[in-house]
Design a protein around this ligand. Structure first.
Ligand code: CP
Ligand code: NVA
Length: 300
C-alpha cells in the first residue's frame, strides 16, 4: 500500500528513528546510488518557500529523479478543472507529489485521491518535513533524544504542532510558552499526548521563563505565519528569544528556528548569529532529511 507523509504520526517511533538513521547515513555516508532514477516528482506550492523548495528539488536531483515545479496558475484547475480530474491526470505521469498550501484538509483530500505518495511540505496546521530535520539537528548536537528538554516560545502554530508530535514520538520533554490566546491546537495537543513516549511531558504555559533554566534546546518561529490575519505582536514580546532570556539558560543550550526569521521580533539578531544558534545547520539538514523521506516513501 502506498504511504504518505502528511503528519509525523503517519510513522511510529521506530520508523521515525529509522528515518533519522537514514538521514544520518545520507548526510555522512557515501551514497552513489540513484534510487529515484527515472522518477518525476511534482512540487505544487501555492505558498512561498525557500528552504523546502530548494532542499526537495536538490534532494530529488541528487537521487537521480526529476523535480517538477507546479504552480496553480499553470494548471488547468485555474480554468475550472476539478481536483479529482487533476489528480487523475497526475496519476501515471508523476511518481510522487510534494504540496505546500494553507488548507490541511485539501492536502488530505489530495492524498486520498492520489495513488502515488503525497508529502506535506507545510500547511497552516503542520510542518512535518521541518520537524524531521529539527529532530536530526538535535540528535546531531545532543545524541540520544529520549529525556532531552526542549522549550518552544512564541506562537502555537504549524511548526509548534509538528514539534509537539515529534517530541512525543521520540521521548523529548517539551514546554510550550505562548500568550494564552495563541496556544497550540487542543486537538493536536491531545493527539500528541496520546502517542507520547512513556514519561514524556508536554507542558503548556504562558510563562516564558518557566523552563529555561534546565532546557537543552530553545526553539522559536515567526509570530505571524503565512496566511495569518494581522496579529497584535505586542502580546508576543515577552516571548522573544534574546540575550536576557538566554542568560538564564545553560551555556550548552542550543537555539533553533525553522527560518525565515524576523530579526528583532521572535529572535534578536545577536542570538540568531550567536554561538548557541544552530539555525543554519538546521536549514542545511533539510537536504538529507528530505532525501530520507523520499527514499522511504518511494523505495520501500
Ligand atoms: N523552514 C521552511 O520551511 O522554510 P521555507 O518556508 O523557506 O521553505
Ligand atoms: N510558521 C511559519 C513557518 C514557515 C516555514 C509559517 O507558516 O509561515
Amino acid at each position: 500500500m502506498k504511504k504518505n507523509f502528511l503528519c509525523l504520526s503517519d510513522f511510529d517511533a521506530n520508523e521515525i528513528y529509522a528515518l533519522l538513521k537514514l538521514t544520518d547515513h545520507l548526510k555522512h555516508g557515501i551514497y552513489s546510488e540513484q534510487p529515484l532514477k527515472g522518477k518525476t516528482i511534482g512540487l505544487w506550492f501555492t505558498l512561498p518557500s525557500t528552504r523546502t523548495r530548494l532542499s526537495f528539488s536538490a534532494a530529488i536531483a541528487q537521487l537521480g529523479g526529476v523535480p517538477l515545479m507546479l504552480s496553480s496558475s499553470d494548471l488547468q484547475m485555474q480554468r475550472g478543472e476539478s481536483l479529482e480530474d487533476t489528480i487523475r491526470a497526475m496519476t501515471g505521469l508523476l511518481d510522487a507529489l510534494i504540496i505546500r498550501t494553507e488548507n490541511h484538509a485539501w492536502v488530505t483530500e489530495v492524498a486520498k485521491l492520489a495513488t502515488f505518495p503525497v508529502i506535506n511540505a507545510l500547511t497552516s496546521k503542520l510542518h512535518p518535513c521541518q520537524s524531521l530535520a529539527d529532530l536530526y539537528t538535535i540528535y546531531e548536537e545532543k545524541g540520544d533524544l529520549t529525556g532531552l528538554k526542549v522549550m518552544y516560545l512564541g506562537d502555537g502554530n504549524n511548526v509548534c504542532h509538528s514539534l509537539m508530535i515529534a517530541c512525543a514520538l521520540t521521548g523529548i520533554h517539551l514546554t510550550i510558552a505562548t500568550p494564552k490566546a495563541h496556544q497550540p491546537s487542543k486537538e493536536i495537543y491531545h493527539h500528541a499526548l496520546n502517542m507520547a513516549h512513556l514519561h514524556t511531558t508536554l507542558t503548556l504555559t504562558d510563562d516564558p521563563a518557566s523552563a529555561i533554566s534546565n532546557c537543552d534546546v530553545i526553539y522559536t518561529d515567526v509570530w505571524t505565519s503565512m496566511g495569518d490575519t494581522s496579529k497584535d505582536k505586542s502580546v508576543f514580546e515577552p516571548f522573544q528569544v534574546n540575550q536576557s532570556l538566554l542568560k538564564n539558560a545553560s551555556p550548552d543550550c542550543m537555539v533553533l528556528h525553522c527560518l525565515p526569521a524576523h530579526r528583532g521580533e521572535e529572535i534578536t539578531h545577536d542570538v540568531l548569529e550567536g554561538t548557541q544558534s544552530k539555525v543554519w545547520q538546521q536549514a542545511y539538514n533539510r537536504l538529507p532529511a528530505q532525501k530520507a523521506i523520499l527514499i522511504n516513501l518511494l523505495m520501500h
